[in-house]
Ligand binder design. Structure first.
Ligand SMILES: Nc1ncnc2c1ncn2[C@@H]1O[C@H](COP(=O)(O)OP(=O)(O)OP(=O)(O)O)[C@@H](O)[C@H]1O
Length: 267
């Protein structure tokens, strides 16, 4: 049975590509309804870890459990009814209209050769509208701008009605209004969300908890206010910054001080 929000437990996951170790012994949880952020510098292993969760990169060791079931042992169709993914630069070469791309999100809920029901059509239209893409519905997907494409891929994932949504840099290419819109949608979903983000201020505002990856390891985790400290900015990113609670939202607000660059690891 599909539940509205899933429990994700990643336990001791190590990933490699050939001889190269991508992440090592990562453990992470996302409880039902939580929005959990993955942050960290380029190449720290965020995308690789997400790939293990949406079952593209098989762990060398460790487990990925969704609602207690090993994600790598579940039937593919059952996993697809539970987990949706928005990946970086995903599927740019669809030779389909936008509406058809979003309708693909309904596939796991259908049997072979089933057509679209009125409910499928309603879900597709409402997911397109939620990301301001209703007017793109008849356009060829492969002619859209980067940001339009990204919003359509978010709509496709929403149309899947997942109980666990995994997103790799979903704000990539988006203007600021659409960044806030997409993250606001994720925040309001009943689903559990695991999202890789580069923007620490957006991560601080929208995520319940953060995991900070650095060189394939988790170096810090917890609520944003505990994790995002000047020490962490120096240690993990090699930059100087101040962190203060925002006077209105209370969320930690990071201000970078570019002239005070510090060598990574020296904070
Ligand atoms: N298939 C692969 N073969 C070899 N190295 C790989 C492969 N996939 C990823 N890597 C390397 O593993 C490391 C982690 O990559 P990953 O894409 O997970 O990082 P990331 O944190 O998502 O980075 P970014 O913020 O730049 O998107 C990088 O050094 C990357 O070059």
């Amino acid at each position: 049975m599909t539940v509205s929000s899933s429990d994700l437990t990643v336990d001791g996951v190590t990933l490699s590509a050939g001889a190269r170790r991508l992440v090592q012994d990562i453990s992470l949880t996302a409880r039902p309804g939580e929005v959990v952020g993955l942050v960290g510098p380029n190449g720290s292993g965020k995308s690789s870890l997400l790939r293990a969760v949406y079952r593209v990169l098989r762990p060398d060791s460790g487990t990925v459990r969704v609602d207690g079931d090993d994600a790598w042992s579940l039937p593919v169709r059952r996993l697809a009814r539970t987990v949706a993914a928005v990946v970086q630069d995903g599927a740019a070469d669809f030779d389909l209209a936008v509406r058809e791309v979003v309708a693909m999100g309904r596939t796991p809920h259908k049997r072979l050769l089933d057509g679209d029901t009125a409910e499928d059509t309603r879900i597709v239209e409402s997911c397109l509208a939620s990301v301001d893409a209703a007017d793109l519905a008849d356009r060829p997907f492969d002619r859209l701008s980067g940001g339009e494409r990204q919003r359509v891929l978010v709509a496709r994932a929403l149309a899947q009605r997942p109980s666990l949504l995994v997103l790799d840099e979903p704000t990539n290419h988006l203007d600021i209004r659409h960044q806030l819109q997409v993250l606001g949608i994720l925040r309001a979903l009943p689903a559990t969300v695991l999202v890789a983000l580069h923007d620490l201020n957006l991560a601080a505002y929208y995520c319940d908890r953060l995991y900070v990856l650095s060189e394939g390891l988790v170096t810090a985790s917890g609520p944003p206010a505990e994790v995002l400290t000047p020490g962490l900015l120096g240690e993990v990113y090699g930059v100087a910054g101040e962190v203060t609670p925002h006077p209105r939202t209370g969320a930690p607000q990071v201000v970078f001080l570019p002239e005070e660059r510090v060598p990574a690891g020296s904070a």
